[in-house]
Design a binder for this molecule. Structure first.
Ligand SMILES: [Ca+2]
Length: 436
């Protein structure tokens, strides 16, 4: 077995190096963190294997699995995953009949009653509780036509940024000459922070612009107009050219939900087309759809907030100042940076990578994991080889993932790859958004 392991390690290591080099420089340097994570994760996951093969114990990788797991799992991984997936069907496919709402997340017929449409959009359970939903939806917002209410920062800000930078440079040099003024140093700090943020924004080129659109383009547009109730709203992303429906988290300041895991009633191990168009019910578990996420995140500079809850109901979060995905032709390539939070950065290593599903392989593994992270880890994500997070993985009650599978809803920096989270929400709002 050892002789099998060594060449495997040798072939794997250069690939890791390449993957790391390919990460854009605006992502946080991950090597040190990853090392920590690699060390910390196998502490749990490797404990078992150390007894089995003590010489493989340092064989942890930057992927979801320690190397000795790869060795054991490569050949049979897909079969195992499929078996596990079968088990998971107990959660997800009991109601698969009811998942007839594969199609209707975007709302293409604005003339229809919003209540009716919202009910159609509902997921499994909620179809049984139409009255409850109607109550939630009944305060359906009226779209204001006043352009001034729509916060559109971008157009003017691009031009302003260059002049601001010049001004700030002047201010800095002036203030550096008068160091006795403590106020000015504070202001300098503020200017530096501001410059940093503006530099971040500067790199973003919006692909879709407002033109003459007056309809809200996201939940935050409703929020600034005074809509404070969590519910489903109709929005019209600039590039999409038609209305769609989204769940808006208004209590926390106008966030547009793009993903939710909460009870395992919706299957997430799905194919490319389903991730493209979205699935699930907007009130419950769902993936909004990569096309829609693309249009949303290319019409403004968006932040991403990921909220995670474990089975002890401890909540942690990870927030990113920059979040955007390219279009389908580019494989929904991810741009993400600017982490803050207490959950640890589970996304930085995914920056710059394309989306992969069980039937579309854009990851960086060739032989390892059967060549497909999505199949090996039963998810769909911006895999490299393979993950620091796997938030579309299988839903495991009580967080317990079968031995060596590592295919749950995982966030390695917090809970490692052998623990599946209880609930997840991914939501976006403009970078310059403010709470009221
Ligand atoms: Ca591959």
């Amino acid at each position: 077995m050892q002789s099998d392991m060594k060449p495997h390690e040798n072939t794997l290591k250069p690939d890791i190096g390449q993957a790391q080099e390919s990460l854009p420089t605006n992502s946080k340097p991950t090597t040190n963190e990853d090392n920590k994570v690699q060390k910390s994760v196998p502490k749990d996951t490797l404990a078992v294997y150390q007894q089995q093969d003590s010489k493989n114990q340092k064989a942890s990788t930057s992927e979801g699995l320690p190397l000795n797991d790869q060795k054991e799992n490569n050949s049979k991984s897909i079969k195992e995953v499929q078996i596990t997936t079968e088990h998971n069907k107990e959660f997800s496919e009991q109601k698969s009949k009811k998942e007839a709402f594969k199609e209707p997340i975007p709302n293409e017929k604005p003339g229809k009653s919003s209540q009716q449409e919202n009910v159609v959009l509902k997921q499994d359970k909620i179809q049984d509780n139409k009255t409850t939903q109607k109550e939630e939806v009944k305060d359906k917002p009226q779209v204001k036509t006043s352009k001034s209410n729509v916060p559109l920062k971008k157009k003017s800000s691009d031009k302003q940024q260059s002049t601001k930078h010049k001004k700030d440079d002047n201010i800095k040099s002036q203030k550096l000459s008068s160091t006795s003024d403590s106020k000015s140093t504070n202001q300098e700090k503020k200017h530096d922070d501001k410059n940093h943020k503006e530099d971040t924004l500067k790199e973003m080129k919006l692909r879709y612009l407002k033109n003459d659109q007056t309809e809200p383009k996201d939940c935050y547009d409703y929020y600034v107009q005074g809509y404070k109730r969590n519910s489903i709203y109709k929005i019209k992303p600039y590039g999409l050219g038609k209305q769609m429906q989204v769940y808006c988290d208004m209590k926390d300041g106008g966030w547009t939900l793009i993903q939710k895991r909460s009870d395992g009633t919706t299957k997430f191990f799905r194919e490319w087309a389903e991730y493209k168009n979205g699935f699930g019910g907007l009130y419950g578990e769902h993936w909004l759809g990569n096309d829609y996420i693309h249009y949303l995140t290319n019409q403004d500079n968006y932040k991403l907030r990921i909220e995670l809850t474990n089975w002890e109901k401890t909540k942690k979060f990870a927030e990113y100042d920059v979040f955007r995905i390219d279009d389908e032709q580019e494989g929904y390539k991810l741009t993400i940076s600017g982490y803050t939070g207490d959950a640890g950065d589970g996304m930085a290593k995914h920056n710059g990578h394309k989306f992969s599903t069980k039937n579309v392989d854009n990851d960086k593994v060739v032989k390892e994991f059967g060549g497909s992270c999505a199949n090996r880890f039963s998810g769909a994500w911006w895999y490299y080889k393979c993950y620091m997070s796997n938030l579309n993985g299988l839903y495991y009650r009580n967080g317990q993932i079968p031995p060596k599978m590592f295919d749950g809803i995982t966030w390695k920096p917090w809970t490692g790859s052998n623990y599946s989270l209880r609930s997840v929400e991914m939501k976006i709002r403009p970078y310059l958004a403010k709470d009221k």
